[in-house]
Design a protein around this ligand. Structure first.
Ligand code: FAD
Length: 406
């Protein structure tokens, strides 16, 4: 089993095991089987059940204990690849298709969160500052392209940046469309609601073998049971890649820490603003509803859990120092620190859909990239369209066919 996080991720510590989802103890049948019990599976299952499909969800750990529990959950339409860069790769229409969809995804996430109770969802601004003078020109081009597509953005010169945010940087794009959430809680509440409505969810059950046929799929669990379904959705996070002969993304480790609770005054602009920067890997920070600050970044290519574990405290200290250089007035000590696996595709876009290796009964849901949760939300609608054989605007752009153009 791929270990997706090190240390205790804040969300799991804060919320604990909120609901009971028993292991699978008998064979099962459903229209759609979903492997994975993270935020991607939760959103897809919700969308499918809402539209009348019977669904069974299988998770090998406890629900939400994959990368969902480690996620810092900044919700942004602005993905790690600039819109200008996507336009160069695929043309402006496709670049806008991705960015526009991600902006709409925030509204969809808000809609889901509203129906769940306390998920700590809150609208935020997002401040993207130039880390170095030489990044200013590319940020300006990015700003102009976004403005042309009516995204709600402001350009901040150094003076305004200093006065409004206390940040010294060559320039920044301020976006008024962003949000934050507790992703673990959201996934757990979604699954609890689905379970209450009769959907079968089993955690601590691992899928060990997948058999595909012309009429459906047969899954075999480590508990000795079989699940038959017409379709299979692979929402297994970064473990999805273990079912493919050829990799489609590279795994990275990302590090984060959370502070103790601060006062509104101490939080200052971070009360309602997410911040990140143009350097790669980038430093980022956000607040939580209970007044803490979450700082993340320092991504590296370590993919071995024990080596990643050994780095958590040192990385937290580096993050604290880097944060201090940007927003030094905010007093910050790491209360919890952790690391998690996260995957990057070459163009920053996710993969949703069938893969030639598994035929058309198996749909992959790979919400990869720094904006995975925004993608998961879009993937829910896209996966349903594929199952119902309906067209979807993102079908081609988010498909594995893109690999030929990368
Ligand atoms: C440190 C960090 C910070 C991040 N920050 C952000 C952010 O700010 N904004 C954002 O949008 N995204 C962020 N992400 C990315 C986001 O967290 C992920 O995109 C998201 O959590 C992926 O959810 P998932 O459900 O696809 O995967 P997971 O949560 O990993 O769920 C997949 C599940 O599948 C299960 N599974 C795998 N194989 C099997 C099997 N054979 N049988 C049964 N179960 C199986 C796993 O146990 C796992 O629980 C971050 C990620 C990390 C690690």
């Amino acid at each position: 089993m791929l270990d997706l996080k090190s240390g205790y991720p804040w969300w799991a510590v804060r919320n604990g095991l909120t609901h009971d989802f028993p292991p699978l103890r008998a064979d099962a049948v459903a229209d759609v089987a979903i492997i994975g019990g993270g935020i991607t599976a939760a959103l897809i299952a919700d969308e499918l059940v809402e539209h009348g499909h019977s669904v069974v969800v299988i998770e090998q750990r406890d629900i939400g204990w994959g990368s969902t529990a480690a996620s810092t959950a900044l919700l942004q339409y602005e993905i790690d690849t600039h819109m200008t860069e996507l336009a160069q790769r695929y043309g402006e229409d496709d670049a806008w298709l991705a960015y526009g969809a991600c902006a709409r995804s925030l509204e969809l996430l808000k809609g889901v969160a509203d129906g769940l109770g306390e998920t700590d969802f809150a609208w935020q601004d997002s401040l993207y500052y130039a880390s170095r003078p030489r990044d200013r020109a590319s940020l300006q081009a990015e700003f102009e392209l976004r403005l042309r597509h009516d995204l709600e953005v402001e350009w901040l010169e150094p003076d305004a940046l200093l006065i409004r945010y206390g940040i010294r940087a060559p320039a920044a794009i301020l976006s008024h469309q962003a949000a934050r959430v507790d992703p673990y809680r959201m996934a757990n509440l979604l699954f609890a609601r689905l379970q209450a409505r009769g959907m079968a969810i089993h955690d601590r059950t691992r899928i060990e073998k997948i058999e595909t046929g012309t009429h459906g799929v047969l899954l075999h669990t480590d508990t000795g049971h079989a699940i038959s379904a017409s379709r299979l959705v692979m929402a297994a996070g970064y473990a999805n890649e273990t079912w493919l002969d050829k990799r489609v993304a590279r795994n990275r480790s990302s590090y984060a820490f959370i502070s103790d609770t601060l006062t509104d005054d101490q939080l200052g602009p971070l009360r309602n603003t997410l911040i990140w920067e143009s350097a790669r890997p980038y430093l980022y920070a956000r607040s939580t509803g209970d007044g803490r600050i979450l700082v993340g970044g320092e991504d590296d290519s370590i993919d071995i859990p024990a080596r990643r574990d050994a780095r958590v405290l040192r990385k937290a200290e580096i993050l604290r120092k880097k944060f201090g250089k940007v927003l030094g007035e905010i007093p910050l000590e790491p209360a919890f620190s952790w690391a998690g696996t996260f995957a990057e595709t070459a163009d920053g876009l996710p993969f949703f859909g069938v893969h030639p290796q598994h035929g058309d009964r198996v749909l992959f849901a790979m919400a990869y990239g720094g904006n995975g949760i925004t993608y998961s939300m879009l993937g829910a609608g896209l996966i349903r369209s594929l199952i119902e054989a309906q067209p979807h605007p993102l079908q081609a752009l988010f498909s594995f066919d893109r690999l030929d153009r990368m």
